[in-house]
Design a protein around this ligand. Structure first.
Ligand SMILES: Cc1cc2nc3c(=O)[nH]c(=O)nc-3n(C[C@H](O)[C@H](O)[C@H](O)COP(=O)(O)OP(=O)(O)OC[C@H]3O[C@@H](n4cnc5c(N)ncnc54)[C@H](O)[C@@H]3O)c2cc1C
Length: 384
């Protein structure tokens, strides 16, 4: 390929989905580069594979519904399964205030078309997940069309479909320098000394998107935040068909993946740059699990097989999509704040519409990067 017209930096699930959707629109000469040796060295492979439309803001609910439409058609479109498996998401409130928030969010979900999301009393919660400790359950919500996806299947499918349409992917290419003049990016330099020129650049570097923008002297409100997963190496502890189950008081949640329990607790770490799984965190998660999940044996995390990765956080925990302030040819798609795999089908499509100047399938101006400068952060009903 001579100089590409579009250079996408970062080939996780976001960059790969954008590349695919741009090529479907007939755009040629798209190059995607990534610092990793192979697909999945960023956060995409670290995701546990939850999919939900039960959110507390209109825009996130709509992104999920658009993604879900695309996931339902995924295998037909790509010849590969996305692993979409609607086993549901169950949210548990432990107090009246938490339950009120779930009810507020549920009303919004219904207004947005997610009419199958239901509010539950404690008896119904235990019917859906008989393993939760019934003590201190106040109420909950459940949506049967939420559930699970397979992050690496989705990433591989987008790369393979984009390649068939002529997109080129290159690995081991870390952008180390960005040249900017008169509001335009002109070229980037990579760790192996290559200079790549293009007409349009897209920053899909996930948790590293803010760092990439600083190479061009630009401010982007996306920072990394460490998230850890405790892997319980016991395939007979709990049945495979349980929903994702989330206690909203502290965000502790668990799912069964390939028969093994995964335990998560979104607790901030003192060091967001390390990917070490912290012993103190593991002990806390084990203790919470033993109080809330009723199993014959105590859940003990396998220290070797537990892992951590980075969320790409924005200040209002919503995606950041569009032209970066201060340029007219440098776009960003990041900031999903832990929902980037589930929203990647929608975000790829929407970014392809923004870039080709088409009307976007859903209204997304609220996700523009300028909202932080203009102090127009997205509001949501907070429950998870
Ligand atoms: C523990 C954990 C659990 C999660 N669970 C879920 C879940 O259940 N559901 C869900 O939807 N999401 C989940 N997420 C979030 C999800 O993983 C991310 O939102 C998603 O992977 C973001 O995709 P991305 O393509 O934007 O970023 P990434 O997959 O991180 O891709 C960015 C790419 O950019 C590359 N890169 C970085 N800097 C440079 C550079 N300078 N030059 C070139 N390339 C560069 C990296 O190598 C990387 O491949 C989870 C995340 C974690 C950590």
């Amino acid at each position: 390929m001579n100089a590409p017209e579009i250079l996408i930096i970062g080939s996780g699930v976001t960059g790969a989905s954008i590349a695919y959707h741009l090529s479907v629109k007939g755009l040629k000469k798209i190059l995607v580069i990534d610092s990793g040796e192979k697909p999945g060295e960023g956060s995409t492979s670290k995701a546990t594979g939850g999919f939900r439309a039960q959110f507390g803001s209109e825009i996130n609910i709509k992104l999920s519904l658009l993604s879900r439409d695309k996931l339902l058609n995924f295998e037909k479109e790509h010849g590969l399964s996305s692993g979409y498996d609607p086993k549901g998401y169950l949210f548990i409130a432990s107090s009246e205030d938490e339950f009120e928030n779930l009810k507020k969010a549920n009303s919004l979900q219904h207004l947005c078309g997610l009419t199958e999301a239901e509010i539950l009393d404690p008896a119904k919660i235990v019917e859906i997940n008989p393993y939760v400790n019934q003590e201190s359950i106040y109420g909950g919500s459940f949506c049967h069309s939420d559930g699970f996806i397979k992050p690496m299947n989705i990433l591989r499918a987008y790369i393979s479909s984009a390649e068939k349409l002529g997109v080129k992917f290159m690995w081991n290419k870390k952008v180390t320098e960005i040249i900017r003049g008169n509001g335009k990016i002109t070229e980037v330099r990579t760790s192996d000394g290559e200079v790549i020129r293009a007409d349009l650049f897209i920053n899909s570097c996930g948790a590293w998107a803010g760092e990439l923008a600083t190479l061009a002297g630009l401010k982007l409100h996306v920072i990394p935040r460490k998230r850890q997963v405790a892997f319980v190496n016991d395939r007979n502890l709990l049945p495979e068909d349980l929903p994702m189950t989330v206690w909203i008081k502290d965000g502790f949640h668990f799912r069964i993946r390939d028969n093994y329990p995964l335990l998560l607790l979104p607790e901030d770490s003192a060091d967001d740059s390390s990917t070490e799984v912290e012993e103190k965190w593991l002990m806390k998660v084990e203790s919470i699990a033993s109080e809330r999940i009723m199993t014959d044996k105590k859940m003990i995390a396998d220290r070797e097989k537990s892992w951590s990765g980075l969320y790409e956080m924005s200040p209002d925990e919503h995606a950041v999509l569009g032209l970066i302030d201060g340029t007219d040819n440098f776009y960003v798609a990041s900031g999903s704040s832990g929902h980037g795999v589930m929203h990647s089908p929608a975000i790829g499509l929407l970014m392809s519409e923004i870039i080709t100047g088409s009307k976007t399938t859903i209204e997304i101006s609220s996700l523009n990067p300028s909202r932080f400068k203009n102090k127009k952060l997205i509001e949501s009903v907070k429950f998870f």
